[in-house]
Design a protein around this ligand. Structure first.
Ligand code: MG
Ligand code: ZN
Length: 225
């Protein structure tokens, strides 16, 4: 065997990518569409999940992996939906501020995938490193609150570039803020012209229908692929 035929995994991102591809295969085999749900702490990721579970209908069965450094608070909020929820705390593994593909794989393997068609993986709240780690998802999704300001797409471009869909959340608060949503949207488009950008308030429900119909379209595309 010659040296150049050996696949050399040179760094942590390469190693992660290999496991992520395995995750993607496992999920595809089970027909599960997986979403990597990212966003800052307090942007409304769990609130958006709650709204989504309320509105997705009973034809699509969802499951959830909850990533947090510590606590099971978000998982507890989701218990009422009677969907499978698996908690990952990164603290025993060094307190990582993002999920890696290996921890996600453990969680995925602990679930009965035959019971679900849609898997949300709520990442650790953070606009930086979660964007660097492929976890085997089919769609990267960002929940971004209007309270975070117009300039963040320019300051955290990798996150905005990686995401296929950006939900601009908490639009009910715009009237209290000196934030122009059109300017924010332009900044997102400058960084990622291909991203789907949707506006909603998970709190009031405004814009949730558009989000749900986008999500259903993406699931159908995946199933047909
Ligand atoms: Mg949360
Ligand atoms: Zn991190």
């Amino acid at each position: 065997m010659t040296r150049d035929k050996i696949e050399i995994i040179t760094d942590v991102l390469d190693a992660n990518r290999v496991v992520a591809e395995e995750n993607r295969r496992i999920l595809k085999q089970a027909g599960v569409f997986a979403i990597n749900l990212m966003g800052s702490p307090g942007s409304g990721k769990t609130r958006v999940l709650e709204r989504t579970l309320e509105n997705i209908g009973n034809k699509i069965r969802a499951g959830i992996i909850q990533g947090d450094i510590t606590t099971t608070l978000d998982s507890e909020r989701l218990m009422k939906f009677e969907v499978p929820v698996v908690q990952i705390n990164t603290e025993p593994f060094g307190g990582d501020c993002h999920l890696g593909a290996n921890l996600v794989q453990r969680a995925v393997k602990s679930m009965d995938l035959s019971q679900i068609g849609l898997l949300f993986i709520e990442n650790v709240g953070n606009l930086v490193c979660p964007a660097e780690f492929d976890i085997g998802e089919n769609l990267k999704m960002l929940v971004f609150s209007v309270t975070e300001g117009e300039e963040k797409p320019l300051k955290y471009p990798l996150m905005f570039r990686e995401c296929g869909v950006v939900l601009i959340n908490k639009i009910d608060l715009l009237k209290h803020l000196n934030v122009k949503i059109d300017h924010l949207t332009q900044n997102i488009r400058r960084i990622n012209p291909g991203a789907e950008v949707l506006r909603l308030s998970a709190e009031t429900g405004e814009g949730v229908d558009e989000w749900i119909s986008f999500l259903k379209d993406r699931i159908n595309l995946y199933r047909a692929s």
